[in-house]
Design a protein around this ligand. Structure first.
Ligand SMILES: *[C@@H]1O[C@H](CO)[C@@H](O)[C@H](O)[C@H]1NC(C)=O
Ligand SMILES: *[C@@H]1O[C@H](CO)[C@@H](O)[C@H](O)[C@H]1NC(C)=O
Ligand SMILES: *[C@@H]1O[C@H](CO)[C@@H](O)[C@H](O)[C@H]1NC(C)=O
Ligand SMILES: *[C@@H]1O[C@H](CO)[C@@H](O)[C@H](O)[C@H]1NC(C)=O
Length: 371
């Protein structure tokens, strides 16, 4: 409570101090500080690979915010591996959110406390599902129209400067466990997420929930449909995460508003990956976090990351599924457009991106060999 008031107070102080003056919009390249020589090398047809830049600029501290949706694949683990962060150091202030989702009481939740984060510098990242709640709280009540060109929403110029993104995130008290209160020029925020096709995500949510709370697929879908129609019935599965499977993207990215979700994606995210575009997503994440395409290929192989096959639905289920996921579908389609511009920009052009994706696939398909 105190931390929240303190954050609010600091925010007001910054307003009073005139921090509202316009900062130059931040291009993706600028935020990445891409080396001119690397870009040259990427252009040159003779260069076979672009050496990914390490993310450790001298003296610069990076704070990683990975918005971790359910059932998109194990990308949070990938992020923890490439940022050298242990699970206990990336819990975003504890298990509160997952406890709430699982319907645990506070006492039961105490039993679940994560291991102590033993990182000397404290946690520098947030990649657990609690990231969803942080984002939801941060954008709540904020129309997110400032410094955004709505007639060119996928423009990379819409990305807010780090200091403004920091101010927004610290509106959620949960942020203060991994973000410093005071921001400075030697600090950098790297916000990423990965979205998966909402229909596949829904099926995967069903499979997950059915393991612990078995129910027929149709009952699950009907409960989701009624929830989306504002017609929640007694048959609704008791768990919050079950009923949220319909619309996590639009709920957490935009407090339920699809257009706001689009503005939040465009203004807050250095990169929004697409699970179905696995190679392109992985090499671009690697580029942002200082890992080579081949390195990312090895990580993907060891983490058993796959592009999942489409599921079969009967006609009635198919209609329900389309109705249930229609809002998240709109968010996802926008994310694909945004990712296309981001990934091409990260690699300078589509040909270079394609080459990196091939290097990634080569490494992913190389069988593991004992030392
Ligand atoms: C917004 O985007 C449109 C379309 O690209 C462009 O014509 C316009 O100049 C942009 N506005 C600003 C303020 O940058
Ligand atoms: C749901 O779980 C039950 C019990 O484990 C299982 O028998 C059933 O096949 C699952 N349903 C589907 C559609 O996978
Ligand atoms: C809500 O549920 C009632 C009773 O099952 C049904 O008659 C009604 O058509 C439903 N409304 C919507 C919008 O689905
Ligand atoms: C969302 O944006 C689109 C395109 O700008 C617009 O046509 C639509 O009316 C907006 N929807 C809402 C609910 O504001």
């Amino acid at each position: 409570m105190f931390a929240m008031r303190l954050a609010a107070l600091l925010y007001l102080l910054q307003l009073v101090a005139g921090d509202e003056c316009e900062e130059t919009p931040q291009f993706l390249q600028h935020s990445l500080q891409l080396d001119a020589q690397e870009v040259q090398a990427a252009h040159s047809k003779t260069s076979r690979s672009v050496k990914a830049k390490t993310s450790t600029f001298p003296g610069v501290e990076t704070f990683n915010f990975f918005v971790n949706f359910h059932d998109v694949g194990d990308f949070a683990t990938v992020i923890n591996v490439i940022t050298h962060q242990s699970k206990s150091c990336s819990q975003c202030g504890g298990f509160l959110f997952t406890c709430q989702e699982d319907g645990l009481t506070d006492d039961e939740c105490q039993m679940r406390q994560p291991g102590v984060c033993t990182n000397d510098f404290g946690p520098h990242g947030c990649s657990s599902h609690t990231s969803l709640r942080i984002l939801e709280e941060a954008i709540s009540g904020e129309p997110m129209t400032k410094a955004i060109n709505v007639s060119d929403l996928t423009s990379l110029k819409n990305l807010w400067p780090d200091s403004k993104r920091h101010d927004l995130l610290t509106r959620s008290a949960q942020s203060l466990s991994w973000l410093p209160l005071w921001w400075g020029p030697l600090r950098r925020i790297l916000t990423t997420t990965v979205l998966r096709d909402p229909v596949k995500k829904l099926r995967s949510a069903y499979n997950r929930i059915n393991e612990t709370h078995p129910m027929p697929l149709k009952a699950f879908l009907k409960a989701q449909r009624d929830f989306v129609a504002g017609n929640a019935s007694d048959q609704m599965p008791p768990l919050r995460k079950a009923v949220m499977s319909c619309c996590e993207y639009s709920f957490y990215l935009g407090n339920g508003d699809v257009n706001k979700s689009r503005r939040v994606l465009a203004s807050q995210f250095d990169m929004v990956g697409i699970a179905e575009l696995l190679p392109e997503t992985m090499v671009s994440l690697g580029r942002l976090y200082g890992k080579t395409p081949a390195g990312m290929g090895t990580i993907a192989r060891d983490a058993l990351l796959e592009v999942p096959d489409a599921e079969d639905w009967d006609k009635e289920d198919q209609d329900m599924v389309e109705f249930i996921t229609r809002k998240d579908r709109a968010v996802y389609e926008f994310a694909k457009e945004l990712f296309e511009r981001q990934s091409v920009s990260i690699w300078n052009n589509a040909d270079v991106l394609k080459k990196q994706a091939d290097l990634f696939e080569d490494a992913r398909n190389t069988p593991w060999e004992p030392e």
